[in-house]
Write a protein that binds this ligand. Structure first.
Ligand SMILES: NC(=O)c1ccc[n+]([C@@H]2O[C@H](COP(=O)([O-])OP(=O)(O)OC[C@H]3O[C@@H](n4cnc5c(N)ncnc54)[C@H](O)[C@@H]3O)[C@@H](O)[C@H]2O)c1
Length: 360
């Protein structure tokens, strides 16, 4: 039976603007690490219409630290949290291999679930989620690809969709982190980091990637044996090209760049900081040392949109939210890119056709 119905969160026609539910959405959080703590802070202070009801982490001290600031309960069993009558919706921010079981459990009790990327680390795991959601009969799953909410990416997509730069030809992407854990598997550069560009490329261009090649220069000394940086070159169904330089030991800071070249112009993300410093002989723009300050507004908008969709019991009109299908596609593409990295040869990508539930 649908827990959405039991909780009083009644269903509404997609696109409806009627607020079906006036009481706050009570969210249960699984995973109280870096991302979980950040989501808890946003839910408690910066997102309207929601409250944090319960937190679970295998490391209970982390869960306790998060609830101290919010007044939520610590629940030791994640499956009990998902089934708890007080919890309306579930936010999964635990480590990657745990996502599938929690998302499936949320679907089994009919609760909306926002799952941090990846939906699941394997294509088979994503497929099981797609099958479960399809059997349930309506969409409950959102995947945390927050760049779709970043004001810069949104404006870039708007310019493309408005025809300002003509039809797209090339999308240049750069994704740099200051440092990563030594000995990180080379595949993780793709599955943890470049996966954001894989999702945002599909979303921006509105079409699928059909071929991938991964080039590697000699590895950076700081990478400790990991193939880093990597250059992914992707071809889309219409023949546009996407290049992604991903460099997770770049040393100097966290930076994301993106420029879309069209038939009659280009559009690119602006500078990451709104201020310019002049000091000690340089003109400089400050850079964050990790992704959270850069995408703070995107995380806030993503959570607000999700909470609104739970209250409406339908996706908000024009929501850019990533569905379980987008999560499947991202893992499918990432795995194809890993094969391209390992073989050094182009890999043809034949994404299965989109199930009816996920048609726009
Ligand atoms: N969207 C983004 O930009 C973004 C950025 C970073 C991380 N992530 C994703 O968010 C998730 C969390 O990443 P993080 O950086 O917070 O990692 P983290 O290691 O800081 O936190 C993960 C937490 O999950 C807990 N955990 C592990 N197994 C668990 C289980 N079985 N049940 C409950 N809790 C469990 C750990 O104790 C830890 O507190 C990962 O899936 C990661 O890929 C997304």
């Amino acid at each position: 039976m649908s827990r959405v119905g039991q909780a009083g969160f009644s269903s509404a026609a997609p696109g409806s603007t009627v607020w079906r539910n006036t009481r706050p959405v009570t969210v249960g959080l699984i995973g109280a690490g870096v991302m979980g703590a950040d989501h808890a802070r946003l839910l408690s202070g910066s997102v309207s219409g929601a409250r944090l009801g319960g937190v679970c982490d295998v490391d209970e001290t982390r869960a306790r630290r998060v609830v101290e600031a919010t007044g939520a309960r610590v629940l030791p069993d994640p499956f009990a949290l998902i089934a708890d009558d007080d919890i309306d919706a579930v936010l999964v921010a635990s480590s990657d291999p745990t996502h599938e079981a929690y998302v499936l459990a949320a679907i089994a009790v009919g609760k909306p679930v926002l799952c941090e990327k990846p939906l699941a680390p394997t294509v088979d795991g994503c497929q099981r989620i797609i099958d479960a959601e399809t059997a349930y009969g309506s969409r409950l799953v959102t995947v945390g690809f927050m760049r779709r909410y970043d004001p810069g990416y949104v404006e870039l997509k708007q310019a493309l969709d408005d025809g300002v730069i003509g039809a797209p030809l090339v999308l240049h992407c750069v994704h740099r982190n200051p440092a990563n854990s030594p000995g990180q598997p080379s595949a993780a550069v793709i599955t943890n980091s470049a996966v954001h560009e894989l999702d945002v490329s599909r979303w921006l261009l509105g079409e699928e990637i059909v071929e991938a090649t991964v080039h590697t220069p000699r590895p950076a000394a700081a990478a400790g044996g990991t193939a880093d940086p990597q250059l992914l070159v992707l071809r889309t169904a219409s023949g546009a090209l996407v290049d992604i330089e991903v460099f997770v030991n770049a040393g100097y800071g966290y930076e994301v760049r993106c420029e879309l070249v069209g038939e009659s112009g280009t559009v690119e993300l602006g500078m990451p900081s709104p201020t310019v410093q002049r000091r000690a002989g340089v003109i400089a723009r400050p850079l964050a040392m990790d992704w959270r300050p850069r995408f703070a507004e995107a995380y806030r908008r993503e959570l607000q949109d999700w909470v609104d969709s739970v209250r409406l019991a339908a996706p908000a009109a024009f929501s850019p939210a990533a569905t379980a299908w987008d999560g499947f596609a991202a893992t499918y593409l990432a795995q194809a890119c890993v094969r391209a990295l390992e073989t050094g040869a182009p890999v043809t990508i034949d994404l299965p056709s989109r199930p009816k539930l996920y048609e726009p």
